[in-house]
Design a protein around this ligand. Structure first.
Ligand code: ADP
Ligand code: MG
Length: 189
C-alpha cells in the first residue's frame, strides 16, 4: 500500500479506539519500555506528548522523573524539533499542531545527548521503518541517530505492518514496542 494510503488507513483505525482501549494497550507498552535494561541505565530520555490517539507516555514520564532522569520533550521550531527538559509535565502548553510542548526558553539538549528517544508513529514495519503524520519532523531530527540502539517506536499492534514502502529519508527505529511484543532490531536497548 502506498505510504499516504497506509497513513490514512491507520489514522482512521486508530481514531476508532476508545479511551479505555488506548489505556488497556498503552499500559503494557509503557511498562515494557520501563523494563528495558537500557531504560534503567539511561540518564537522559526523550519522550513525546500523545495526540490523536497515540500511545500514552504518562507512566514513562513519571517513572523517569522518579528515577531522577533528565526528561526531554520535542518542541516544533520551524522545520526542526528542539528537545527541551521538562521537570513537571503539567507545565507544558499547546504548541504547533496542538501538541503539548515545553517552553523554548527551557534547557535544550541535542538529540544526540539522549540515551533513549521514544517516537510515536502512524505505522511501523518489521524493519523499523516508520510513517508519521506526513511532515517529516522526526526524519529530519533523528536520521543521523539511526542504528545506534537509541530510537524506540511506540505503537499499537495493529499499526505494525510487514513492509512500508519507505523513502531514503525515512528514519528507522531500533526497537518497536506494542502491547503484544517488543521487537529488537538493532543496537543495544
Ligand atoms: P512522515 O515521516 O511524517 O510520515 P514523510 O516521510 O512523508 O513524513 O516526510 C515529509 C516530508 O519531509 C518529505 O516529503 C520531505 O520533503 C521532508 N523531509 C523528510 N526528511 C527530510 C530530510 N532529511 N531533509 C529534508 N527534508 C526531509
Ligand atoms: Mg518519514
Amino acid at each position: 500500500m502506498p505510504k499516504r494510503k497506509l497513513r490514512q488507513f491507520m489514522l482512521d483505525k486508530r481514531r476508532e479506539l476508545t479511551a479505555e482501549e488506548r489505556g488497556v494497550s498503552g499500559h503494557p507498552i509503557q511498562q515494557a519500555f520501563i523494563a528495558l535494561p537500557a531504560f534503567a541505565e539511561a540518564r537522559i530520555v526523550a519522550l513525546y506528548s500523545p495526540v490523536r490517539g497515540e500511545v500514552d507516555t504518562g507512566e514513562v514520564v513519571q517513572a523517569a522523573l522518579k528515577d531522577g532522569k533528565v526528561v526531554l520533550f520535542p518542541v516544533v521550531c520551524g522545520e526542526d524539533l528542539r528537545f527541551v527538559r521538562v521537570y513537571d509535565p503539567s507545565e507544558m502548553g499547546k504548541g504547533a499542531f496542538g501538541i503539548d510542548e515545553p517552553c523554548l526558553t527551557g534547557e535544550a539538549y541535542a538529540p544526540d545527548e539522549a540515551n533513549l528517544i521514544v517516537i510515536p508513529g502512524v505505522a511501523f514495519d518489521r524493519s523499523g521503518k516508520r510513517i508519521g503524520f506526513g511532515k517529516g519532523y522526526y526524519d529530519r531530527a533523528l536520521h543521523h541517530l539511526e542504528g545506534k540502539g537509541k530510537l524506540v517506536g511506540f505503537c499499537y499492534d495493529f499499526q505494525l505492518v510487514d513492509e512500508i514502502v519507505a523513502e531514503p529519508h525515512d528514519v528507522a527505529v531500533d526497537v518497536i514496542i506494542t502491547e503484544k511484543r517488543v521487537i529488537h532490531l538493532r543496537g543495544y536497548q
